[in-house]
Design a protein around this ligand. Structure first.
Ligand code: GAL
Ligand code: ZN
Length: 655
């Protein structure tokens, strides 16, 4: 990635601000309180359209002008939305064809947000018209620090099955396959009488009576991601005509969103920005936070990035919306910074009194400033000021984990060996095991340069191209170490099985071949000869050149290898054919020690080094360090002790 264009120096504090909800006297109070809280960067006009253009072609910028000037006078920088995230009601009334259509052919109506079809030419034209006006009006405003295109593109409307989208899909397929026969071959349409004679016969994978064509579904995901990226590009191009400010949009690298292939989006951003919300439906939400931060850094090519949104306390869209304990918001914010964020922003500034998100937390809660939440904001702000010199440094990682949206989409096809095997669970489990050992992991794309890593973990990489599989094999041949987990290397980019035994693409590298899968029923487990247990999955595996590290003692595959190790060139390749705790294996490989609940991460650059210790647990942790804790200002002389729940950022000096 090209050099990063951070909107504000230091480690900044920011938030979304929706002043449309409040009267002008509240705006003044808001800016005064933002100054008190040390807010550096404010996102406005994210959902501005219906206020800016109350009826077709009628524009009203007075309110936004006033808010912009108030923020500017307060020394606060603008993260300016293009305002196109949700169409105003007049647009969907005038042009109902803009509305998205679900896989069952039913329309999704306005009344929520983002009710637009990504392929709609009418929406595109109207949106770009608005973007042009906003860009001309504010494009060289001295407070403008960043353009914020739309909002969370594809959060709700990523997959549209309307006729306009169908036609756009056909065009996309023509570009990809050129000849209809090539498409037929790629999709395996000879099966179930699906052969196409003409492009016009092709539809998006609308709801059908039976299982749908899996290759068609994967291509529809690719198309849909490209289509929204096309929208981003179109808005960004208009902005760049009128403004020099950096341009981005907020990604959703967070557990429940999977429709955008951000590896293809990332190179188009001037700075990578992510929205992250803790998901309490997961077993270990903070481990997922660390994973998301590592993946966001991967998208940023290792350079600093922005946390564009998080919640100060509870969200309001989960079944049970847990608040944050004292200190938790600060620990989580610093976890993002430790893993490469140079900006910590929140949704939203002031908690709404009305509307769909009135129970969502904010920096300024309903109860006002005499609150724990507000005091925590002030505390965070002080900490971010004190650690500002960290900005621009990069995270040190010697382990990598390969992540692929293609695999996510395809491994979770409608018909697969086990519905209980889900891609993200396998990825999270591998990342969590590394994190608990204290390894800092870069989450990167298959095909990325692996040469600098001591260990590469490849969880559930179901779909892999020849080139990417070769890159992994070359890395190992050159002395690298890789751990591959089950349901990897199974298909090529067309979702076509790699014949000759599983795990097709990695058979030679791993020195094994599997004849058949034997998934386990939920709740069932098998014993392994190394003392561990396996769940979810086994397979009828035999070694060709590998040695057996553990075998099944019971279950459907007694005596069959479960974990193997293969010498390949100058390196080593392990295969783990069941779902098992990876900690023991990874500990042996990395020689790492357990750090449990604390994250210990180092950022370095320009000859400086910063050690982040974030103790999510209740017991104190100790680790060797020499230097100064930037948060307390105290000297650290050889050994750093961080109390349960505590945080430290040590500027390291040679002991
Ligand atoms: C994000 C969105 C914000 C707000 C927030 C609530 O998805 O960008 O506008 O809705 O979630 O958690
Ligand atoms: Zn559509």
């Amino acid at each position: 990635m090209k050099h990063v264009r951070m909107p504000v120096p230091g480690v900044s504090l920011g938030c979304d601000y929706n002043p449309e909800q409040w009267s002008p006297d509240v705006w003044r109070e808001d800016v005064a309180l933002m100054r008190q809280a040390g807010v550096d960067l404010v996102a406005v006009n994210i959902f501005g359209w219906s206020n800016l253009e109350p009826s077709p072609g009628e524009y009203r910028f007075d309110d936004l002008d006033e808010v912009v000037e108030l923020l500017h006078a307060g020394g606060i920088k603008l993260n300016l939305g293009t305002g196109t995230s949700s169409p105003p009601p007049w647009l969907t009334t005038l042009h109902p064809e803009v509305l998205p259509v679900a896989a069952d052919g039913t329309t999704r109506f306005p009344g929520g947000r983002q009710a637009w079809c990504p392929s709609s030419p009418v929406f595109r034209e109207r949106a770009l018209d608005l973007v042009g006006r906003v860009a001309r009006r504010y494009g060289d405003h001295p407070a403008l620090a960043l353009w914020h295109v739309s909002n969370e593109l594809g959060c709700h409307n990523a997959l549209c099955y309307c006729e306009t989208s169908a036609e756009a899909f056909r065009n996309w397929l023509r570009g990809r396959y050129r000849k209809i026969e090539t498409l037929n071959a790629a999709w395996g349409t000879s099966f179930w009488s699906q052969r196409y004679g003409d492009w016009s016969e092709i539809q998006p994978p609308r709801l059908a009576l039976s299982l749908r064509n899996p290759a068609q579904i994967v291509d529809f995901h690719r198309f849909s991601s490209d289509e929204l990226l096309g929208h981003y590009r179109a808005e960004a191009a208009v902005l760049r005509e009128h403004s020099e400010a950096p341009v981005t949009t907020n990604f959703m690298v967070t557990a429940h969103i999977r429709n955008l292939d951000y590896w293809s989006w990332a190179p188009e951003m001037d700075v990578i920005a992510n929205d992250h919300y803790l998901d309490h439906r997961l077993g270990d939400p903070v481990a997922e936070l660390s994973f998301a931060a590592d993946l966001t850094r991967g998208l940023a090519g290792g350079r600093p990035w922005m946390l564009m949104e998080q919640a100060a306390g509870a969200v309001n869209w989960q079944p049970h919306n847990l608040t944050k304990a004292p200190g938790e918001m600060i620990r989580n914010s610093l976890t993002h910074v430790a893993r490469g964020a140079d900006s910590v922003c929140f949704f939203q500034w002031r908690a709404s009194a009305q509307g769909a998100e009135k129970f969502h937390s904010a920096l300024l809660p309903h109860a006002g400033t005499d609150t724990l939440a507000w005091r925590e904001v002030l505390r965070l702000s002080g900490i971010l000021d004190r650690i500002g010199e960290v900005a621009g440094t990069e995270v040190e990682a010697d382990t990598a984990l390969l992540f692929s949206w293609d695999s996510w989409w395809s491994a979770e096809g409608e018909a697969r060996p086990s519905q209980a095997v889900t891609y993200l669970d396998q990825v999270h489990a591998a990342h969590r095991a590394l994190r608990e050992l204290g390894a800092t992991t870069d989450v990167i794309a298959p095909g990325a340069d692996l040469s600098r890593y001591r260990l590469v973990v490849v969880p559930c990489l179901y779909m892999v191209s020849d080139t990417d599989a070769q890159a992994i094999a070359d890395y190992v041949a050159g002395g690298g170490r890789v751990v591959v987990t089950f349901f990897s290397g199974i298909v090529d980019e067309r979702d076509r099985i790699r014949l000759g035994g599983y795990p097709g693409a990695f058979r030679d590298l791993l020195g094994v071949v599997a004849e058949e899968f034997a998934p386990l029923l939920p709740g069932m487990s098998v014993s392994l000869s190394n003392g561990g247990t396996g769940t979810l999955w086994t397979e009828r595996l035999r070694v060709t050149t590998a040695t057996v590290e553990a075998e099944y003692l019971d279950g459907p595959m007694p005596g069959i290898p479960a974990i193997t190790r293969n010498q390949y060139g100058d390196g080593l390749a392990w295969y783990v054919a069941t779902k098992t705790d990876l900690s023991d294996l990874l500990r042996t490989i990395t020689g790492a020690r357990q750090t449990g609940q604390a994250e210990i991460v180092r950022r370095t650059g320009d000859g400086r080094g910063y050690l982040f210790v974030i103790n999510h647990g209740t017991d104190p942790v100790e680790c060797p360090a020499t230097g100064h804790d930037l948060i307390t200002g105290q000297a650290v002389d050889g050994l750093l002790r961080v109390e349960g729940g505590g945080v430290a950022v040590v500027r390291e000096e040679a002991p």
